[in-house]
Design a protein around this ligand. Structure first.
Ligand code: NAI
Ligand code: MG
Length: 482
C-alpha cells in the first residue's frame, strides 16, 4: 500500500472549549467540598503525559458523608416527588449534555486518550440518549411489566471504569434516577474529569441536592462505597477480578448488585460472509476505543477456506488506520489509557510471541511521549494461548480458524466469559442457528459494537450479573422486579 495514499492535514479540535480547574473537590449534597484528608492525585492526558488536574482521594468518612447525603435526599425529596417531575429532571440533564456536547467530547478525549471522532460521535451522543430514554420511563414504570407499583431500593453505589467514562456514568445514573433511587458514583482514577463536569450539569439542571453525589478516589474509595451499610444496591463495571471481590464482600449483606465485567468475544466469519463488510466489522470490533472495550471482538474465528483472502484484506485495511493525536479529527486509534494498561498489553502480547503465535502490525510511527500501542494481529493462535483466553483490553486481535460451523461455536464458547459475539454470514438460517448456540449476552450479526439505550446489555458466566439498558435494565433498580 502506498504510504501516502491517505495523507490528511492535521485537523485538531480546539482545547479552548474546556476549562479544567487546577484541582477538584468532591461533589456531595449538591456542593463542592474538600475531602477530609486533603489527599490529591493527578489525572493526566495519556497522549502526552501532561498533568490535567489534581483530584481528591475520598476517604471512608467522605464516602460516609456522600451516602448520608444520598439517603437524606432520597427520604426528603426524591422518593416523595411525582414520577413525572423526576422525568423532567432527566430530560433537562439530557438537553444540557447535548448543549455542552463539544465540551464533554474534548474533555473526555483529553482525559482518556480516545479519538475525538469517537467521543464526539459515540460516547457523548449515546450518553445523552441514555438520559432521554430513561427520562421517558420515569412515569411509566407501572406499565413496564416489572410488577405493580414497583419501588426503588433507595441509595445506589455506582463504580465505573476508565474506558467509557461519561457513557458508563450515563448507563449507571440515568436508570437509577428514573426508577427513583439516589446515587453515589465513583469514576475511575485515570478518567474522573467528565464525571466532575457532569456534577456541574446536575447543578445547572437544579437537581435537588444529594440526589447525585460524585466522589473520586481509587479502589479503596470504591471498596468503602461497596461496604458502606447505608448503600442498598451496587452497580459496578470493571474487571472480573474486582467484580469477584465485590460479590464476595456483599455476599450476605442483602445488598443487590449488577456487575458488568470482562469479555473475550468471538467474531466468527463464515465462508459465505460479505468479506469487505466483515473486514470493517473486524476493525471496528477490535480497534474501536483502542480495544479498551469489554465487548471487543478480540478473537477472530475464520473459516479456513477464506482465511488467506480475509487476512490479506484485513492487513491492507489495518495499514490505513491512522494512529496519533486523539484531538485530531482524522485520528482512528488514540492513546492507551494508562502506563499500567500499556504494560498489561505488552506483557500479554509478549506471551503471544513466546507461546508461538505470529505478530503483525502495519508500519506506523508512534508518538514519542504518552502511551501507545500499534494495531496488532496475532495469527497461528491456538485455544491454549494466553492471548486466546485472557482479556488484553488493547488493540490486539487473536486470529483462529475453523473448518465446520460446529467447531466455530465450540471455539467461541470455550471461554470463561460470555459478554458478546459477532457472526458474519449471508445466510439467515446460519445466523439464527449460531446466535442460539453462542453463550453470550449480546450477539451482533453482520455488524459489531452497535449500542442503543433501548437494548439490554450484559453477560453470561464471568462477564457478570444482570442487564443494563432497555426495559430489562430497569429491573435491577427496583425491589422485587425480575
Ligand atoms: P478495575 O476493575 O480495577 O477498575 C474499575 C473501577 O473499579 C475503578 O473505578 C476502580 O477504582 C474501582 N475499583 C478497584 N478496586 C476496587 C475494589 N476493591 N472495590 C471497589 N471498586 C474498586 O480495572 P483496572 O485495574 O483499571 O483494569 C484492569 C483490567 O480490567 C483491564 O486490563 C481490563 O482487562 C479489565 N477492565 C474491564 C472493563 C470492562 O468494561 N469490563 C473496564 C476496565 C477494566
Ligand atoms: Mg486521565
Amino acid at each position: 500500500m502506498d504510504k501516502n495514499f491517505f495523507e490528511y492535514a492535521p485537523a485538531p479540535e480546539s482545547r479552548a472549549l474546556v476549562s479544567i480547574k487546577a484541582q477538584y473537590g468532591l461533589f456531595i449534597n449538591g456542593a463542592w467540598v474538600e475531602p477530609k484528608t486533603k489527599d490529591k492525585f493527578a489525572t493526566i492526558n495519556p497522549a502526552n503525559e501532561e498533568v490535567l488536574s489534581k483530584i481528591s482521594q475520598a476517604s471512608d468518612s467522605d464516602v460516609d458523608r456522600a451516602v448520608k447525603a444520598a439517603r437524606a435526599a432520597y427520604l426528603k425529596t426524591w422518593s416523595k416527588m411525582p414520577a413525572k417531575e423526576r422525568g423532567k429532571y432527566l430530560f433537562r440533564i439530557a438537553r444540557i449534555m447535548q448543549e455542552r456536547a463539544r465540551e464533554f467530547a474534548v474533555l473526555e478525549t483529553l482525559d482518556n486518550g480516545k479519538p475525538i471522532r469517537e467521543s464526539r460521535d459515540v460516547d457523548v451522543p449515546l450518553a445523552a440518549a441514555h438520559f432521554f430514554y430513561h427520562a421517558g420511563w420515569a412515569d411509566k414504570l407501572d406499565y413496564a411489566g416489572l410488577g405493580i407499583n414497583p419501588k426503588p431500593h433507595g441509595v445506589v453505589g455506582q463504580i465505573i471504569p476508565w474506558n467509557f467514562p461519561l457513557l458508563m456514568l450515563a448507563w449507571k445514573i440515568a436508570p437509577a434516577l428514573a426508577t427513583g433511587n439516589t446515587v453515589v458514583l465513583k469514576p475511575a482514577e485515570t478518567t474522573p474529569l467528565t464525571a466532575l463536569l457532569f456534577a456541574e450539569v446536575c447543578q445547572q439542571a437544579e437537581l435537588p441536592a444529594g440526589v447525585v453525589n460524585i466522589i473520586t478516589g481509587d479502589g479503596a474509595t470504591g471498596a468503602a462505597l461497596v461496604n458502606h451499610p447505608g448503600v442498598d444496591k451496587i452497580a459496578f463495571t470493571g474487571s472480573t477480578e474486582v467484580g469477584k471481590l465485590i460479590a464476595r464482600s456483599i455476599a450476605i449483606s442483602g445488598k443487590n448488585a449488577t456487575l458488568e465485567l470482562g469479555g473475550k468475544a468471538a467474531n466468527i466469519v463464515f465462508e459465505d460472509a460479505p468479506i469487505d463488510e466483515a473486514v470493517e466489522g473486524i476493525v471496528n470490533g477490535i480497534f474501536f476505543n483502542q480495544g479498551h472495550v469489554c465487548c471487543a471482538g478480540s478473537r477472530l474465528i475464520v473459516q479456513e477456506n477464506i482465511y488467506d483472502d480475509l487476512l490479506a484484506k484485513l492487513k491492507r485495511r489495518m495499514s490505513l488506520i491512522r494512529v496519533g493525536d486523539p484531538l485530531d479529527k482524522n485520528t482512528d486509534l488514540g492513546a492507551i489509557n494508562s502506563a499500567a494498561q500499556l504494560a498489561k498489553i505488552k506483557e500479554l502480547s509478549a506471551s503471544g510471541d513466546t507461546e508461538g503465535a505470529f505478530r503483525w502490525s502495519p508500519d506506523c510511527q508512534l508518538p514519542s511521549k504518552g502511551f501507545w500501542f500499534a494495531p496488532t494481529i496475532f495469527t497461528g493462535v491456538t485455544q491454549s494461548h494466553r492471548i486466546a483466553r485472557e482479556e488484553i483490553f488493547g488493540p490486539v486481535l487473536s486470529v483462529l480458524t475453523f473448518r465446520t460451523p460446529q467447531e466455530a461455536i465450540e471455539k467461541a464458547n470455550n471461554t470463561p466469559y460470555g459478554l458478546s459475539a459477532g457472526i458474519w454470514s449471508e445466510k439467515g438460517s446460519r445466523i439464527l442457528w449460531a446466535s442460539k448456540a453462542l453463550k453470550a449476552g449480546v450477539i451482533w450479526a453482520n455488524t459489531f459494537n452497535k449500542f442503543d439505550p433501548a437494548s439490554p446489555f450484559g453477560g453470561y458466566k464471568e462477564s457478570g450479573w444482570g442487564r443494563e439498558g432497555g426495559r430489562h435494565g430497569l429491573a435491577p433498580y427496583l425491589k422485587g422486579a425480575k
